[in-house]
Design a protein around this ligand. Sequence first.
Ligand code: DX5
Ligand code: ZN
Length: 220
Amino acid sequence: MSSKLIAPSILAADFANLQRDVEMVNNSDADWFHIDIMDGVFVPNISFGMPVLQAITKHAKKTVDVHLMIVDPDRYIKTFAQLGSNILTVHYEACTHLHRTLQAIKVEGMKAGVALNPHTNINLLEDTINDIDLVCIMSVNPGFGGQSFIENTYNKVKQLKELITRKGASTLIEIDGGVTNKNAKELVDAGADVLVAGSYVFKSTNQLETIKNLKALANS
Ligand code: DX5
Ligand code: ZN
């Protein structure tokens, strides 16, 4: 079984010490950087945009996983590729022509991800799963860090795992929101491959140790 991945969410970093926090992730057992882009329209919050992403990718030495919580993401696919994104995830709920969007992301040399809000059913991916490199299951309503984990997520992970297996797809399952040492193992056992963790990592006193323990737990 391939190893389970940890993706600290930079949304919870100290923006006044961004380089320090990026270097912390570089030096940790984490696998990816998870970067949340919010437009204040698709979600009720605005995070940060292109110049900040550029500042992060300048120092990031690991895979850059960009989660777009924006309407009409097609407008910016090329720009996010140029800024150094390795994985570009769009929301199912924000895409009228999802299949076309996925192809456009791949043409730019990135892996294509689809995020699902808590109310969005897994079955809606039945016809696109073989075109998707990563499905991000939102385990909170997107827009803010530090929210509590929605328990129904376990069922969705199992349903998605079943769909991926049935279709012979190689899609990774990522969980985003409220991930801690309390749910990490159960999520992985249900079929998760990548765990995003924001507050749990950055609000802890020993961030390197927290990442190390979470990674060990996910792979236990
Ligand atoms: C929520 C974001 C998440 C967030 C997770 O809209 O997509 O990536 O940063 O933060 P925590 O781990 O604090 O729930
Ligand atoms: Zn996210």
